[in-house]
Design a protein around this ligand. Structure first.
Ligand code: PHE
Ligand code: NA
Length: 509
């Protein structure tokens, strides 16, 4: 336990930092892909229901546990969970949470570093005059580390390291630094996103190219926002919706606890948690749904979007489409888009770094700076393999185990601790202490019964996939860096990509 009494500088700072934690690459890269792959309007209803009965309750649980642990001077999940329940096992569960953060950040920072380098490439006009295929090929060679347009060898590695150093540096300045980045980054992100969304809405079908005469941006929006009720019976859609709610709200990793541990003991958490959660949803469904899909549908048509929805769209297609706005506006579009992604990414990766830093401080009494440096070194060791072996699917492995499965397990355990061991009445009082809003007590029963049952169901439904993964029968997963992405990114390279090779061999059954 450290005798650190730091706390957030202001309420605005706290909300923006927590919203920055939640609002991330998931809102702009993962959400649109999940929505398209699960039928557009068919996805939205399960998604919103999961948000209300699983997302919001988990936010309540995590903020309450975090602030409670902070009262005892604990700022890392192992120590925080230790204050909730007797028995060493909870401490180990907290350690498990920390490693989930480290594993996710390893690949997350990699994407963050792409956005950084793509801002630069947009400014210097790398994409000017490139065809669609050339733009896509640029990304492929970038991540295969084969080509370097800037004349920097291993450009992707260099940007990864710059990005990691930047994260480490900000973390070493503690809460103040994080708060400052959130106060700058979040408003910028919203402004950039709003400009792009307005541009998307005004595209209409005026820009349809002769190749795609029926392309219309509104088709993309209608596809997302026309509810389809049949999907309510499709468990695959529910699972995808639950997974997206998890990832986007940053729950199930112990990250929120560590931020909440710095909330003063008498300060509100009820209204703050709801505000940060809703801010994330606004950025996700409104902004996240209003950029990639309508812009791509506006130029290439909805059919193209449905057939090509994938993570690659953001990096392989968007820079090409921006070029249709002319050289200068195209560069502006690229800076807005990749700049927005960069702000979304960094405010989230800082959050994921906090549990490790807090643990070093709690466990070894290390200084902020020393703890932050140990974080940078750790991520370099475990993260660089995702960079070097990206094309071999290491990235996907991290995302599946850490970004998809671990979250559910951790969330189930913390719900049990909060509702059943600490006790729902005590837990509810903790949430209500200093609360600036009244929350319907229905949530008490949701937390006690609905949320854990839903989590058990989500976990149980993943067991067949986990089994297949372990026995290597089927690599396809619900992660956002899906294998279709590899097929799309490396169409001629299947022999050298074991992931694609395996997927091809099982895709017939
Ligand atoms: N919520 C973030 C996103 O949407 C990802 C994240 C997960 C951040 C867990 C912190 C902790 O991209
Ligand atoms: Na998010």
């Amino acid at each position: 336990m450290s005798n650190n009494t730091a706390s957030w500088g202001s309420r605005v700072g706290l909300i923006l930092a927590m919203a920055g934690n939640a609002v991330g690459l998931g809102n702009f890269l993962r959400f649109p892909v999940q929505a398209v792959e699960n039928g557009g309007g068919a996805f939205i209803i399960p998604y919103l229901i999961c948000f209300l009965v699983m997302g919001i309750p988990l936010l309540f649980i995590e903020w309450s546990i975090g602030r409670y642990g902070g009262k005892f001077g604990n700022h890392s999940t192992p120590y925080i969970l230790d204050t909730m329940a007797k028995g060493r096992v909870w401490k180990y569960i907290g350690v498990f949470g920390i490693f989930t953060n480290v594993a996710v950040i390893c690949y997350y920072v990699y994407i963050e570093s792409w956005t950084m380098s793509y801002v630069l490439h947009s400014v210097i006009g790398t994409f000017t005059g490139m065809s669609q295929a050339e733009t896509a090929e640029f990304f492929n060679s970038y991540v295969s580390l084969t080509e370097s347009t800037l004349g920097i060898p291993f450009e992707a590695v260099v940007f990864y390291i710059i990005c990691l150093i930047l994260n480490t540096y900000i973390l070493s300045s503690g809460l103040k630094g994080i708060e400052k980045v959130a106060k700058i980054g979040m408003p910028m992100l919203i402004i950039f996103g709003a400009i792009l969304a307005v541009k998307a809405f005004t595209l209409g079908d005026a820009n349809a190219s002769p190749e795609f005469p029926n392309a219309n941006a509104w088709d993309g929006l209608n596809f997302l926002w026309t509810p389809q009720y049949e999907s309510l019976l499709d468990s695959k859609v529910w699972l995808a919706a639950a997974g997206q709610v998890f990832f986007t709200l940053s729950v199930g990793m112990g990250t929120i606890h560590c931020y909440a541990a710095y909330v003063r003991s008498k300060d509100d958490i009820a209204l703050n948690s709801v505000s940060a959660g809703f801010m994330n949803e606004f950025v996700e469904v409104v902004l996240g749904g209003a950029i990639v899909i309508p812009i791509a549908a506006g130029y290439l048509g909805l059919d193209w979007v449905i057939n090509n929805a994938g993570f690659g769209m953001a990096f392989q297609t968007m820079p090409y489409l921006f070029q249709q706005w002319g050289q200068v506006l195209g560069a502006v579009g690229g800076v807005l888009w990749f700049g927005l992604l960069f702000f979304a990414g960094i405010t989230s990766s800082l959050a994921m770094g906090t549990p490790w830093v807090g643990f070093m401080k709690d466990e070894f009494n290390w200084s902020q700076k020393k703890s932050a440096i140990s974080f940078g070194v750790l991520v370099a060791i475990f993260g660089l393999p995702t960079v070097f072996f990206f094309t071999q699917g290491v990235f996907d492995e991290y995302d599946y185990w850490a970004g998809t499965i671990s979250l559910v397990i951790f969330a189930l355990l913390e719900t049990i601790v909060f509702a059943w061991i600490f006790g729902i009445n005590k837990g509810w009082n903790e949430l209500m202490e200093g609360a600036d809003i009244k929350i319907t007590p229905i949530y008490k029963y949701i937390i006690l019964i609905v949320t854990p049952l839903l989590l058990i169901w989500v976990f149980a439904s993943n067991i067949p996939d986990i089994y297949d993964k372990i026995t290597h029968k089927n690599i396809a997963n619900k992660a956002y860096f899906s294998n279709e992405f590899y097929a799309e990114a490396f169409p001629n390279d299947n022999s050298e990509n074991p992931v694609v090779a395996v997927v091809d061999s099982v895709s017939t059954d």
